[in-house]
Design a protein around this ligand. Structure first.
Ligand SMILES: [Zn+2]
Length: 261
């Protein structure tokens, strides 16, 4: 099917896919998506992510608790996450981080749970998938510290929303920058400029489905097949072929998550 893409951030276990999950996955494969990383947002969805990864060879799991749900994290939850994280079908710890935009968990609790899950990633020796919304400074401060203790363990800043200086610093400490559907939006001038300036060798692509549906399907449910629209926009911005974007971002994902494809 031409280009082979890796969607590095999906939530296929979410109820939005309960009616047609199997067809959504088939459409993704037909559209040239050869692997997907299904990312946990809380303990239940982390378990569901692993369950999907055990059924579909193209789906790999990440397990973690999103900052929105930091308030649900107890010692017991951390223990269960640890058991999940060591499973061979789990390729990363995520999504973890800070969200000071919606503030659905107290900020101190968000920080604590973020650090606990970074420590967990170090323990199991897997990379991290970072969610950062309106918390750029704090996220970078924490990652800088983490890098000092775990320089061999990189990660990705998913659906990146920071500026060029932040992206360059993140790259310097081993992180990839992931680009999602918003790069196709009409008002994405800043994000497009950022993509133009960053090396393709440091970019990943993702849908974050069911959210962040790219143009021209904006407003509808997102699905992994649409990751192609993100790749096409990056190709246009960088004036290279879609095949090249697919190949290099796939190589990047494969290297970061140690995917066995
Ligand atoms: Zn997500």
């Amino acid at each position: 099917m031409g280009s082979k893409l890796i969607d590095t951030h999906t939530h296929l276990d979410f109820p939005q896919f309960d009616g047609d999950r199997e067809r959504v996955i088939e459409r993704a494969l037909a559209a040239g998506v050869r692997a997907m990383i299904n990312v946990g947002a809380d303990l239940a969805s982390s378990q569901a992510a692993l369950a999907l990864a055990e059924v579909y060879p193209q789906i790999h799991a990440a397990v973690g608790v999103h900052p929105h749900d930091a308030k649900t994290v107890t010692k017991q939850v951390l223990g269960e996450l640890r058991a999940l994280a060591s499973h061979p079908r789990v390729v990363a710890v995520g999504e973890i981080g800070l969200d000071f935009y919606r503030d659905l968990s107290p900020r101190d609790k968000q920080r604590q749970v973020f650090e606990q899950q970074l420590a967990l990633a170090r323990e199991v020796g897997k990379p991290v998938i970072i969610h950062d919304r309106e918390a750029h400074k704090e996220v970078m401060a924490i990652l800088r510290q983490w890098f000092k203790s775990s320089p061999e363990l990189p990660g990705v800043l998913h659906c990146f929303s920071g500026d060029l200086t932040m992206a360059q610093e993140a790259i310097k400490i081993g992180f990839y920058i992931s680009v999602a559907g918003p790069v196709t939006f009409e008002n994405a001038r800043r994000l497009r400029e950022l993509v133009r300036q960053l090396p393709l060798e440091k970019l990943l692509i993702e849908t974050d489905c069911p959210y962040l549906t790219p143009h021209p399907y904006r407003g509808k449910r997102n699905e992994p097949a649409y990751v192609k629209l993100v790749a096409q926009e990056i190709a246009r911005l960088k004036e290279v072929s879609v095949e090249k974007v697919a190949r290099i971002t796939s190589d990047n994902a494969q290297a970061l998550f140690a995917l066995d494809l």
